[in-house]
Design a protein. Structure first.
Length: 106
């Protein structure tokens, strides 16, 4: 789905409960929608982690969990990593980075 459609989904479900993973591809092709979406998703991640942790503490292993943290995958071939890794306002608890080498075109 496009970033615009996902923003529309946020209007009806501000925590995106139907989703466990959101992938943003070609993030270097930044647009206003993408920037707003990444900002909102970073806040949703924090809220959903808190909800899942609270549920886990309350159940003591006796119930089936209904709330899970949201995972965000941002993919890009040319994105400046420092924009995300050093921004503590955006991703408060840090980020994991996976660099995948690609073939070089001659």
């Amino acid at each position: 789905m496009t970033d615009g459609i996902l923003l529309k989904e946020l209007e009806s479900d501000c925590l995106l409960r139907k989703y466990s993973v959101v992938i943003i591809d070609e993030a270097h092709e930044r647009s206003l929608n993408t920037d707003i979406l990444i900002s909102l998703l970073s806040r949703i991640i924090t809220i959903r982690c808190a909800i899942a942790l609270k549920e886990c503490r309350n159940c003591k292993g006796t119930c089936k969990h209904e709330n899970f943290p949201l995972r965000l995958i941002i993919m890009s071939a040319t994105l400046r990593l420092k924009d995300f890794t050093e921004n503590k306002m955006l991703f408060r608890y840090g980020t994991a980075i996976a660099k995948i080498p690609s073939r070089q075109v001659l």
